[in-house]
Design a protein. Structure first.
Length: 317
């Protein structure tokens, strides 16, 4: 892992997204015709992205689940159960162990990875390349973003619904470029508000929970600072207590019907909240970017704020 190369990986996001959009203009996910249930298998960032994908599929009437690769058991194999193992490196031990229960069985297996011919592709019926390029910094950042995009493509293919995905990815590239190009304007504010003695707490609505989870992971993985994630509505049931005793610093991704409920407590206890992509009453600061009113663009873009904060802290800049 290398902080300078991680920074370079982040700066390469817009170009990688533009290339992926061009690929999506011509390609479709290689999925079986009859699918009743979808089981995603993964760990870390892969599972974060899968959790959002599963929620979206359930909203469209599919049985869909994002399982830890390390789970001792999950749904049994069946001809209408699509199994999607996800691993950027293609070598996550837990995911490979879970996949072994399905390879050679009646369930179709479609692997999603950034490394062609990696272990996760062995025995798969089809493989979807993430096309994120090499992450020389050693941190899953572009692969996380590309995983979300490929899972959105699966959703569109399975349900016959959804938007023009290449156009969405191009909007995400523009949004990502905007944040990168203007970082000298907003990054000092983010660094100031989030730099406290008790870590960073990322909060997001269920539909974009992966943004909070990935943001917290970036703060833990690079600069090795304490960080955690919470769903916006659940916050008032599980994380509100921390505002009583800690110097509570939160990165909030607005969009939940329960943002105001959380902010009532934040205001009462004088906690610090930085919003990304919108405004809430009581925030200490807000970071806006191109197309941030579009929740799908936000899903694909907003983690860049925490990634750049983490890169700065990690480099000791």
């Amino acid at each position: 892992m290398n902080p300078e190369l991680f920074q370079a990986d982040l700066e390469a996001k817009p170009a990688a997204l533009t290339d992926l959009a061009a690929w999506l203009d011509k390609e479709r996910p290689p999925l079986p015709e009859r699918v009743r249930r979808v089981v995603f298998l993964g760990m870390g960032s892969s599972r974060y992205a899968a959790g959002v994908a599963a929620l979206r599929l359930r909203a469209r009437g599919f049985d869909a689940y994002a399982e830890y690769g390390s789970a001792a058991a999950t749904f049994p194999a069946g001809p209408e159960t699509l199994v999607v193992p996800i691993s950027a490196t293609g070598g996550s031990r837990e995911t490979l162990d879970a996949l072994a229960r399905y390879v050679g069985g009646p369930s179709p297996v479609v692997a999603l990875t950034n490394v062609p011919d990696s272990a996760i592709t062995e025995g798969a019926d089809a493989v979807i390349p993430m096309l994120a390029g090499e992450e020389r910094g050693g941190v899953a950042c572009r692969t996380f973003q590309h995983t979300l995009i490929h899972l959105l493509a699966m959703e569109s293919e399975l349900t016959g619904a959804g938007r023009d995905l290449p156009s969405l990815v191009r909007l995400a590239a523009e949004a990502t470029s905007d944040l990168l190009e203007r970082r000298e304007q907003w990054l000092p504010l983010a660094l100031d508000l989030l730099d406290g003695p008790n870590g960073v707490y990322a909060i997001a609505p269920a539909e974009r929970m992966s943004s909070a989870e990935q943001s917290a992971l970036m703060v833990r993985e690079g600069p090795r600072r304490p960080a955690d994630a919470c769903e916006s509505g659940d916050w008032s049931h599980v994380d509100v207590y921390l505002t009583k005793t800690l110097s509570y610093r939160a990165l909030l991704f607005p969009g939940s019907a329960y943002d105001a409920q959380a902010m009532d407590w934040v205001r009462q206890r004088g906690s610090t909240v930085l919003t990304v992509g919108g405004h809430v009453e009581g925030e200490r600061g807000s970071i806006r970017y191109a197309h941030d009113e579009d929740p799908d663009v936000a899903l694909l873009t907003e983690t860049l704020v925490a990634e750049l904060v983490a890169a700065h802290w990690w480099r000791g800049a």
